[in-house]
Design a protein around this ligand. Structure first.
Ligand SMILES: *Cc1c(COP(=O)(O)O)cnc(C)c1O
Length: 846
């Protein structure tokens, strides 16, 4: 791969293309596709037989799904192109959303509903002996994300398209997405997610838009005739970035935005030396390193890992995306006058924060702008979203590593930092401590580059993702920066799209809401508030319970399929699903289940309850994996005990992902959001549950605070320490004293000490329990446990009042409007992006 970067047009495939014109083929004379049953049926048949070349002998179900998906995709193509033309015309301001993760899940159902094809397509499929529901299940999840951050990006795209906002998503096309999880003897097993192995019908490869990303090499200084010194980055190992476009259809508005995912591949150049020495196969094989960049998603949620491949991925995303934006701009413009007014780059966490340095490099080195001109543009277009306060998640790259991989961008980072420190000296003269804390490159003997600081210094807007989180950013982590630039900091509370997370995943509730409120609530969430005065109405309550009961039966089926455990829909469905992490405290839920179990054995009755836990642990996160094992050990004791079988079940559901959540959130009665206060930036699972009528039991953390405020304390079970109390409790924290002082806790921990839940893994299980009992437990599990048990007692009392509970459930849905990403996107747009909605020319075709 040691080719030098002689850039030639030969990189474009098919050099003969210049001889051919497409003017006669590209006309508007295409016959518009109809959306009625017969036309859809014909499309499916044609795609099955012609595009896919299958016949009944080959009627593998997957090809049926593909034929259906292609038929739907056909009906977006013209609108997709029209949207792209409108966005790329060079006049409209638009936003490029840069994210290492997009947790999209399945696409078919969403596309069918957003295009309003469900009725006719349903009838067409019925004639072919299929149902839409069955067909949808045949699609693999696009799991290009870890959890909340990646799913947020996916919800943002849906809302932007539905609001006709010109926003393009840029990401990576990982060949292997989030790993698939299975459970063996209680342990997590990871298997590769080869989601592309059967092809992905939604994507459109666009090799003609490929670009080149450079790595390694060195920087030469060259003095030009006029005395200017320029920097040439040479002897680089280059990688080709090939975009794959995925359509993002808006709801019922004809807009189709684009998610552009970059795939890495080798350049067509070879190491000539090796090649000429007869090493043909070796030279070709060396190209693997280039292909590897987008091979796999790093499965770490909320923790950085410092691996050089990850840094390559980040730079690859940033460089390709910025080159693409500049390419599009220069199609219609001569220089960069006006560029800043026409663009915003929203950085989803620090993962793409190299964009600050890369835009400078492209403008200064490639397009020959002065430093000051380039910096003025950069700091008017970059906007940074912070997603976490956890120290282990704050990305820092060793200066040596980044310098070796990206010598020229690293020089630029150092120059940005030099100028920044001058500015700090002006504003805070002589405050050396502040300078050291704020510097982008740390003052350590082994310096690191603090990516959050790079993002802050280069951005005009810095936002947190819930009111509490943004406040903590300003007062804590970024207090110095807030003093310097107070107007840059703002809050944008997260949301979820109500289309995927209520209307489409909960069709029973959708028709109930349609008949109660009219159908327009799907795009106007504030209409849900009309449920408030109806919350006590008996007829509505009865229908509400009926819908929820059917959803619970569906979840019970999923549980039975995956675990073999039978659960009754009459139970209280108490659910905690999210990434496995100590701060999220799945342990708290589990300890409560143990408490209930021991109570039942003691003859104390409880309401029948299913405790359902699901989530993946990062493969290298020992404690999180131990917690999974502990949960499974406790589950097998509880579920194996005939004495408690109709009262309590504890289930760990394997392989939590978007499609699983689409079954889980419509069926939950109680939503567990129990993180240590100050640790969860926002949460979005909490919002999906609320929208679907689950009642939250939660701490005052992240967006829980705003959920409580929206729904009222009578419809929310709040417990635990607040952020203000947490630090005080840490001083002289003595969990064993708390345990000794509470008979319930004493009994729980004695049960663990007796070996009841060891299942041959005493060391591992006791490791988790001892960590919770340690005075150094950062998550304060024992400190919050008594209050949590009390709060669960109140849950039981409330559950026994069926009408009262149903009221709480209705109130949660009714008050969930503000947690729609439609609202979130309007906030971003009002304060940061300032985009005008896309207007498409009127066309007959869709
Ligand atoms: C919503 C969602 C998340 C985020 O859940 P939190 O409870 O906010 O951590 C993670 N994974 C999937 C699959 C989701 O759908």
């Amino acid at each position: 791969m040691n080719s030098t970067n002689r850039s030639t047009a030969a990189e474009l495939p098919g050099t003969a293309q210049a001889m051919v014109t497409v003017d006669d083929i590209w006309t508007d004379d295409r016959i518009a596709l109809e959306n009625d049953k017969d036309a859809l049926r014909q499309s499916v048949i044609d795609h099955f037989g012609r595009t896919l070349g299958r016949d009944i002998d080959h009627a593998a179900a997957h090809f049926l799904y593909k034929a259906v998906a292609l038929s739907v995709r056909d009906r977006m193509m013209e609108r997709w192109l029209a949207t792209r033309q409108a966005v790329e015309s060079g006049v409209q301001r638009h936003t490029c959303y840069l994210s290492m993760e997009y947790l999209m899940g399945r696409a078919l159902r969403n596309a069918v509903h957003n295009l309003d094809l469900q009725d006719e397509l349903g009838k067409a499929l019925e004639e072919l002996g299929l149902t839409l529901e069955q067909t949808e299940q045949l699609e693999a999840d696009a799991g290009l994300g870890n959890g909340g951050l990646g799913r947020l990006a996916a919800c943002f795209l849906d809302s932007c398209a539905s609001l006709a906002l010109p926003v393009t998503g840029y990401g990576l096309r990982y060949r292997y997405g989030m790993f698939r999880q299975s459970i063996d003897k209680g342990f997590q097993i990871e298997r590769p997610d080869s989601w592309l192995s059967e092809g992905h019908v939604w994507e459109l490869e666009r090799p003609e838009l490929s670009c080149r990303v450079r790595f390694g090499g060195r920087v030469d200084l060259i003095t030009e005739l006029n005395g200017n010194i320029i920097h040439r980055w040479v002897d680089t190992d280059d990688v080709r970035a090939v975009p794959f476009d995925v359509p993002v259809p808006g709801h019922d508005n004809g807009i189709v935005n684009t998610l552009r995912l970059w795939n890495s591949s080798a350049t067509d150049e070879f190491n000539l030396h090796e090649f000429n020495a007869g090493g043909y196969t070796e030279a070709v094989a060396a190209k693997n390193a280039a292909e590897n960049i987008t091979m796999v998603l790093y499965p770490n949620d909320a923790s950085e890992n410092g691996k050089v491949l990850r840094l390559r991925q980040q730079y690859f995303l940033v460089s390709a995306s910025l080159q693409d934006a500049l390419r599009i701009w220069l199609l219609h413009n001569d220089g960069f006058q006006g560029f800043a007014d026409a663009h915003c780059f929203q950085l989803n966490d620090t993962h793409p924060s190299l964009a600050v340095a890369e835009l400078m490099r492209l403008l200064v080195d490639d397009h020959r702008l002065s430093w000051d001109e380039a910096w003025s543009i950069t700091t008017r277009v970059m906007a940074y979203t912070n997603h976490t306060l956890l120290p282990e998640a704050l990305e820092c790259w060793s200066l040596d590593m980044i310098g070796a991989l990206l010598p020229r961008p690293t020089e630029i980072i150092q120059e940005i930092n030099r100028r920044f420190l001058e500015e700090v000296e002006q504003a805070m003269p002589g405050q050396l401590q502040q300078h050291a804390e704020m510097s982008i490159v740390s003052f350590d003997a082994q310096p690191v580059v603090r990516m959050a600081h790079l993002a802050i210094v280069g951005s005009f807007s810095i936002n947190g993702v819930a009111a509490l989180h943004s406040k903590l950013l300003k007062e804590g982590l970024f207090a110095n920066f807030n003093r310097l630039w107070p107007t840059r900091f703002n809050n944008k509370t997260n949301g979820v799209t109500q289309r995927r997370w209520l209307a489409y995943c909960n069709p029973g509730m959708k028709s109930l809401l349609d008949s109660t409120l009219g159908e327009s609530w799907t795009g106007r969430m504030e209409l849900l508030e009309q449920l408030v005065p109806l919350a006590d109405e008996q007829a509505l309550q009865a229908r509400w319970r009926e819908v929820r009961n059917r959803n619970k039966l569906a979840l019970a089926r999923l549980v039975a399929e995956r675990t073999g455990i039978e659960v009754s829909a009459d139970m209280l469905f108490d659910v905690q699903v999210k990434r496995m992490h100590e701060y999220k405290r799945q342990l708290l839920c589990t300890l409560h289940a143990v408490h209930v179990y021991l109570d039942l054995l003691d003859g104390q009755d409880h309401v029948p309850r299913l405790v359902l836990i699901a989530g993946k642990a990062a493969p290298g996160y020992y404690m999180a994996k131990s917690i999974i094992k502990l949960i499974n050990n406790v589950a097998s004791v509880i579920n194996g005990d005939k004495r408690t079988t109709d009262r309590l079940k504890l289930v760990f559901l394997p392989d939590y992902n978007v499609s699983a959540m689409e079954v889980i959130c419509p069926a939950a009665d109680l939503s567990e959001q129990v993180s240590t206060a100050g640790k969860e930036a926002s949460g979005t699972g909490n919002m999906k549950f609320m929208m679907n009528g689950a009642v939250t039991i939660g701490t005052l953390d992240g967006a829980n605070v705003e959920i409580l405020e929206a729904v009222g304390s009578e419809n929310f079970f709040q417990f635990g320490l607040s952020v203000d109390q947490v630090d005080g409790v840490r001083q002289g924290y003595a969990p064993s004293r708390i345990i000794a002082g509470d008979a319930r806790l004493t009994r729980i921990f004695e049960a663990f000490d007796s070996g009841l839940f060891d299942a041959g893994e005493a060391e591992l299980v006791r490791g988790v329990i001892d960590a919770a009992r340690s005075p150094h437990d950062a998550w304060l599990t024992v400190a919050d446990l008594p209050d949590y048990l009390d709060s669960q007692q109140q849950v039981e009392a409330a559950w026994q009042d069926t009408a009262g509970w149903t009221r709480k459930s209705i109130m949660n849905t009714a008050c969930s409007a503000r947690f729609s990403t439609d609202r979130t996107m309007q906030d971003y747009n009002r304060d940061i992006w300032r985009l005008q909605p896309i207007e498409l020319p009127d066309r007959e075709t869709i």
